[in-house]
Write a protein of this length. Structure first.
Length: 152
């Protein structure tokens, strides 16, 4: 076998299950394409976020609309924008939090995530993402508290 073929063969990896790794998933590729489109877009952040929310199936759409309102009310200094095709909210052009709908990656729950720019530190370990299957008044209050702390 030639050195080139050996290098090509060794570049192929296998997962723990023994299956070949094929690189990025279709979902990851789509997220990267959305990011490139976002960077080249002249659309204002609010319109982009509302458009992404409108594309979501239920119940993700209703949850995203409510989170959008909570963030805007709780932290008006955060600017809506998209982040890998997801509704997100930034301060000084740094994403603080984002909403990942369950249908985006065919997950069983949606996620409210916080970046490392969010001021949520608690000792040596703290959560930076929260699974959401629905919103009640208790979850809405918790989200408002988290967002308030994240921007403090």
């Amino acid at each position: 076998m030639t050195p080139q073929k050996t290098a090509q063969k060794s570049a192929k990896s296998r997962t723990a299950s023994g299956k070949k790794s094929v690189g990025l998933t279709d979902w990851e590729i789509a997220a990267m394409k959305e990011t490139l489109k976002e960077r080249n877009s002249n659309t204002d952040g609010e319109s982009a976020v509302l458009a992404k929310i409108a594309e979501m199936p239920e119940p993700d759409r209703t949850m995203a609309k409510r989170i959008h309102q909570i963030v805007k009310t709780t932290a008006p200094e955060l600017m809506p924008r998209t982040f890998y095709g997801m509704p997100a909210y930034s301060k000084d052009d740094k994403v603080i939090c984002f909403f990942q709908n369950a249908s985006k990656f065919k997950a069983r729950y949606s996620t409210l995530g916080f970046s490392d720019k969010a001021n949520l530190d608690e000792g040596n370990m703290w959560p930076n993402a929260y699974a959401l299957k629905g919103l009640t008044a208790a979850e809405e209050t918790r989200i408002a508290t988290l967002v308030r702390k994240a921007v403090s």
